[in-house]
Design a protein around this ligand. Structure first.
Ligand code: PGA
Length: 272
């Protein structure tokens, strides 16, 4: 074997060992995709698959399919959640889903303030903060999504924007409740575009966010909040992204729709 080949083998071994040590939170966001039949076949496929012990796996389907998840996964290690909630109990809110309902189906997570909700459905930070609080009060972990668009990125003011999204998003909960929250950094220009942020860009932004969290809420709390990356994550780029400092896991859209691809990502994060 050539010297360079040996170096590559050793480097890969070290990387795999590092991945084997770290537990990741891996969340699949299906958005508005899949038929009932496709959901059934995905669930059958993953039911027999061993995701291992160290990663936390969460799948977030469209609401009509939650009953299938409850049937298949209620007592499994694979968790599931909702893509959005309305921050009130039951009542006259046509078209909305309450936390009581999400709880009833055994959901453990809710994606809150995804950029598609912010841009297409005009959700603002105040509304988002109410949803975060409602989740925390109802034992559902909110995954608070933050991220800048391309213009904001180019103007270089995106870091202040991220801080505002975090500060306002978390403004209605107490510091003691922050351990129940997950933050997902998803640059809008990398969502569904195939254009991933580079590991360096992800690392730089995650370190910046982590520093803000520890400065603002104290080092114990700030270091404890899982910080996910999302935006065109796939089996080809996930290993390098996983090695970026302060990345605790991933919010995965397109690549979570296919059971095989989703399992492959998990295998890579297990160091296999
Ligand atoms: P993507 O979506 O992986 O398809 O880019 C990520 C997300 O929107 O959460």
């Amino acid at each position: 074997m050539e010297r360079n080949d040996i170096k590559t083998v050793i480097r890969n071994e070290i990387v795999n060992c590092l991945l084997e040590l770290q537990g990741f939170l891996v969340v699949g966001n299906w958005k508005m995709n899949k038929t009932k039949q496709e959901v059934k076949s995905f669930l059958n496929d993953i039911a027999s698959y061993d995701f291992g012990e160290k990663n936390t796996i969460v799948i977030v389907p469209p609401n009509p399919y939650l009953y299938l998840f409850e049937e298949k996964l209620r007592y499994s290690k694979v968790l599931y959640g909702v893509q959005n909630i309305y921050p009130k109990g039951n009542g006259a809110f046509t078209g909305e889903l309450s936390l009581e309902m999400a709880n009833d189906f055994g959901c453990k997570y809710a994606i809150i303030g995804h950029s598609e909700r912010r841009t297409i459905f005009s959700e603002c930070n105040v509304f988002i903060s109410k949803k975060v609080r409602a989740c925390v009060q109802n034992q559902i972990k909110p995954i608070l999504c933050i991220g800048e668009n391309l213009e904001e990125r180019k103007n270089d003011n995106y870091k202040q924007l991220l801080i505002n999204q975090i500060k306002e998003g978390l403004s209605r909960i107490d510091v003691s409740e922050l351990s129940k929250v997950v933050i997902a950094y998803e640059p809008i220009w990398a969502i569904g575009t195939g254009e991933t942020a580079t590991p360096d860009q992800v690392e730089e932004t995650h370190i910046f966010i982590r520093k803000f969290l520890t400065d603002e809420y104290g080092s114990d709390v700030g270091n404890d909040i899982p910080l996910l990356y999302g935006g065109s994550v796939n089996p080809t780029n996930v290993k390098k992204l996983a090695l970026a400092q302060s990345v605790s896991g991933f919010l995965i859209g397109g690549a979570s729709l296919n059971a095989q691809t989703f399992k492959e990502i998990n295998n890579i994060l297990n160091g296999n």
